[in-house]
Design a protein around this ligand. Structure first.
Ligand code: AKG
Ligand code: FE2
Length: 292
């Protein structure tokens, strides 16, 4: 057996151990089952802006990942911020009911990707070529690359009881999550698909949702091991307040169209609590110029 074949077989065995490959044969491109799965994801993303693959991770893998998350959670960088759905500055001339002027509190903790063990299930999954190929086909974006940002490429989002993530649109075009541990209560993902498009912000519709109109709001109660794909830039979404005694742990693996994507020093410092030389070099900056 040559080295390349051996590596492929090892990766395949490792993926089999992590993913329920019977239901989700992401390692078998070109088969009817694979094509059906991709088609199902594409349809769901196009109709609903969102696609859930329940039980994507095997229960034993979820247990291992959950243990790792539990151990790492104390190292999460906690941050609190008040933001509008667009993460932009307010514009008082638009009036206080305009969504650009509707600020809500977010409290959250992120465990940076570089703290997650290189041999862990999560890293094996994220680094596998099969995963990137599958995500690329599901979102119909080719080529697609893993984030080159060592802190932000696959962080854990650790939301404590009381934390919430208010209504927003992601800056990334799309988002993928792996639910590792749902909370006891609350922490529900709510979304309004297709409310925004590249030509029109539909501010009135966004304002209506923020004012409490629920007719277009859909909810998703994700279970441990579920994978979720959604069109975060055009889907207004939020995570309701986490309640009960335990935290909500979600892994957020990230891909981008650009091969060398890293965050800006200010954003990385704000979300993750530190920056690395790569962030500063890209921005041609020195760390002492960074104000938190
Ligand atoms: O935690 C989640 O389920 C989604 C988080 C989210 O909206 C985001 O990271 O932008
Ligand atoms: Fe989001």
């Amino acid at each position: 057996m040559n080295e390349v074949t051996e590596t492929m077989m090892n990766t395949r065995a490792a993926l089999d151990d992590i993913i329920d490959t019977q239901r989700y044969p992401i390692h078998e491109p070109g088969t009817v089952a694979y094509d059906k799965l991709v088609e199902r994801c594409q349809e769901s993303l196009s109709d609903d802006g969102c696609c859930t693959l329940p039980g994507f991770l095997r229960p034993a893998a979820v247990e291992r990942i959950a243990r790792e998350a539990e151990l790492l959670a104390p190292q999460a960088h906690r941050h609190q911020a008040s933001h509008n759905p667009y993460f932009c500055e307010p514009r008082p001339e638009l009036g206080e009911t305009h969504p650009i002027n509707r600020f809500q509190e977010r409290t959250n903790g992120f465990v940076c990707s570089d703290l997650i063990d290189a041999d862990s299930d999560l890293q094996t999954l994220y680094k596998s070529e099969g995963m990137t190929r599958f995500i690329s086909q599901a979102f119909e974006i080719d080529p697609l690359h893993r984030f080159a940002d060592p802190l932000a490429c696959m962080p854990f989002n650790a939301m404590q009881p009381g934390d919430s993530f208010p209504w927003h649109f992601d800056t990334n075009e799309f988002t993928v999550t792996w639910m590792i541990r749902p909370p006891e209560h609350g922490g529900v993902f709510e979304y309004v698909p297709g409310i925004r498009d590249p030509e029109d912000e539909h501010y009135d519709d966004v304002a209506a949702v923020m004012a409490g109109h629920r007719s277009k709001v859909r909810t998703l109660d994700l279970g441990a091991g579920d994978m979720q794909l959604f069109m975060g830039r055009y889907t207004l979404h939020r995570v309701t307040q986490v309640q009960g005694s335990r935290a909500r742990h979600v892994a957020i693996p990230s891909w981008a169209r650009q091969p060398d994507m890293v965050g800006t020093p200010h954003r990385v410092k704000h979300l993750y609590g530190r920056v690395l030389p790569v962030h500063l070099e890209r921005a041609n900056m020195r760390e002492d110029n960074l104000v938190d």
